[in-house]
Design a protein around this ligand. Structure first.
Ligand SMILES: [Zn+2]
Length: 212
């Protein structure tokens, strides 16, 4: 994506995250793969619904030494870099801490997109990533591995749930990534509401909590 267009797209996507109730405070981050081997990412410590095009930060796709001219990129920049290097088809990434997604993993539930026709179609699978320190290389590696894993012929995941941390969605555009993040939250909310009304998934979720 060309940089001027990318800056406008990320500003608009930040407003979408807020209006959809997917972020609070300075939570969340967004990025786009730029032409020429770099990426544009939201800054750390700022509300994502109050950014201007000049607030976004260009960083290399590979790790670079601290103290360079990289500004103040999101503390989750390692996750973004790892995903782009693991998935050539991904051009955009959206991450947030949506409330129902947080509740699901706190409660040890593993919502299955196959239970609703729309999520079955649009979220082929929803992998689960165990708790790891935010910003760590370990978490970045686990997310990238889960997004790139699949049997041959199986569609790759377009979103993952992070234990006690929210969700990450990827796409060919930032709007597609935000759409998928919204869909993850819809699935988690519907799953939660149905569970409160007495529904139980079959087979029942493991009492031991997340396994894979
Ligand atoms: Zn986060």
């Amino acid at each position: 994506v060309e940089e001027t267009v990318a800056r406008q797209a990320l500003v608009a996507a930040g407003a979408r995250l807020r209006s959809a109730g997917l972020i609070a405070g300075t939570e969340g981050n967004l990025s786009l793969r730029l032409d020429g081997g770099s990426l544009l990412i939201t800054p750390s410590g700022r509300r994502k619904d109050e950014l201007g095009p000049g607030d976004l930060v260009v960083v290399g796709l590979e790790n670079q030494a601290a103290g360079g001219s990289e500004g103040n990129p999101s503390s989750d920049v390692a996750i973004h870099r790892r995903i782009y290097s693991a998935r050539d088809d991904v051009s955009a990434i959206a991450h947030a801490h949506p409330p129902a997604s947080l509740a699901m993993t706190l409660a040890g539930e593993r919502p299955d997109p196959a239970v609703l026709p729309e999520t079955a179609m649009l979220l082929p699978r929803l992998p689960f990533v165990a708790l790891a320190t935010p910003g760590s290389a370990e978490l970045a590696q686990a997310v990238a591995t889960s997004l790139a894993a699949g049997a041959s012929g199986e569609e790759l995941p377009v979103a993952v749930l992070l234990e006690r941390h929210g969700a990450i969605a990827v796409g060919s555009s930032i709007d597609e990534a935000v759409d998928r993040l919204e869909l993850v939250e819809v699935l988690c909310r519907a799953w939660w509401d149905a569970r409160m009304l007495g529904w139980a998934p079959t087979p029942a979720p493991s009492k031991a909590g997340p396994q894979y």
